[in-house]
Write a protein that binds this ligand. Structure first.
Ligand code: UD1
Length: 370
């Protein structure tokens, strides 16, 4: 019998599920893994499974890319018969991608318990598709595991009962601490030792890359940064295609800017560890740079992960060239922001989740730090 059906769909889910599957196997908890197929390129999916030792998914829905409505609907349609066949006691979802919401909603409507890992993060910006996914997933969840204490207040404000909320720490940091020693050295990924300092850049958020003017401003800023340091840019397929569509590819050919295809987890970890700074609009990278102690410039106006600012190495600049360049100058002159490791980002979050869930499945509800 399947006790818990675990769901993943897109790249940032994979580093979260890896330690959970491992902790479930040790507990033990009878779990199966389902991949919706939201991300399907080998570089964005299969390579991460191999590097992180995630078991091959028991089920793959192979939904692929589409508009938000169609992608979410396709996942829901494909997931329902699987749930009917498996009848797990609970469905576990992670993060905030379309797969997270789609599967949580199907399970809730079938009266199957929903467990959300990384609950309660809020940017306050409903224009972000992920924010809509977070709010709605949390509303239909029975157990909500949080990564930072600010999440608790967000959930209480939205009427979630406190006994459902459990602060366990950050499973993505479990993965980082487990694999840090295996990181691929930057010089191996780049083919030679970097001749000067470098920044690692990732950009894929629709608000930054789908608007030609914003994207142009960001790419021009990268070209300016490239005068002082190399810019290593593993480019998301979405960003590559919108840059081409708006004739912005020449900016990407500026000397000092080095485009790479989407990188494996261990390659990315190696690149970030040795970087002078990271410039990103990713959610997870804000947390990873805090754990690594590398200054992070987040080209967004808000963050759902405020602890990376209050305790970590993160600075918000929005997609504003002047603010970004001022922050880069600060890193170059003073070394940038130094942070400390947030509470419970200690490599044991998945172990806490598995222990709590085992007791929950057995009908006991042990006290957890709240
Ligand atoms: C999704 C998540 C986002 C996460 C990001 C990480 C949602 C709402 N967004 O955004 O939170 O930070 O993943 O990468 O779920 N594509 C490929 N190959 C793939 C997957 C996608 O080429 O394997 C291309 C397709 O052209 C697709 C586009 O990327 O249309 C966007 O993919 P999609 O999964 O819709 O959203 P992401 O932007 O990747």
């Amino acid at each position: 019998m399947t006790e818990i059906l675990c769901v993943v769909g897109a790249r940032p889910n994979f580093m979260k599920i890896a330690p959970i599957m491992d902790a479930f196997a040790r507990q033990p908890i009878a779990a199966k893994l389902l991949h919706t197929g939201q991300h399907y390129d080998p570089a964005m999916s299969e390579s991460l499974f191999l590097q992180l030792g995630i078991p091959r998914p028991d089920i793959n829905l192979e939904v692929g890319s589409a508009s938000h409505a169609v992608q979410t609907a396709n996942i829901m349609r494909a997931f329902e018969p699987v749930l009917d066949a498996e009848r797990p006691r609970a469905v576990l979802v992670v993060g905030d991608v379309n797969s997270t919401l789609a599967c949580a909603l199907v399970a809730a409507k079938k009266n199957i318990k929903v467990i959300h890992v990384e609950a309660g993060l809020r940017s306050g910006d409903r224009a972000m598709p992920e924010e809509v996914n977070r709010v709605l997933t949390d509303q239909v969840s029975d157990l909500l595991y949080t990564t930072e204490r600010s999440a608790q207040a967000n959930l209480l404000r939205e009427g979630i009962a406190p006994e459902r909320i459990h602060f366990v720490g950050n499973v993505m940091i479990d993965t980082l601490l487990t694999h840090r020693r295996r990181a691929v050295p930057a010089e191996q990924t780049l083919g030679a030792a970097p001749s000067r300092r470098y920044a690692v850049v990732t950009l894929h958020r629709p608000s930054n890359v789908d608007n030609a003017q914003v994207l142009r401003g960001l790419l021009e800023t990268l070209a300016t940064i490239a005068r002082d340091m190399d810019v290593i840019f593993p480019i998301h397929p979405r960003t590559q295609s919108t840059a081409a569509q708006h004739q912005l590819t020449p900016l990407l050919e500026t000397p000092g800017i080095r485009l790479l295809p989407p990188q494996g987890y261990l390659e990315m970890l190696g690149l970030m560890s040795d970087a002078t700074l990271v410039l990103t609009d990713s959610g997870g990278i804000q947390e990873e740079t805090t754990a690594l102690g590398v200054p992070c410039i987040t080209v967004r106006d808000n963050t759902e992960r405020p602890i990376t600012i209050t305790e970590g190495t993160n600075t918000l600049t929005g997609p504003h060239p002047d603010a970004i360049l001022a922050c880069v100058a600060d890193v170059l002159t003073s070394g940038g922001k130094r942070g400390r490791t947030p509470e419970y980002w200690d490599g044991q979050a998945a172990v806490r989740i598995a222990a709590h869930l085992r007791a929950w499945l057995d009908g006991a509800t042990p006290d957890m730090p709240a």
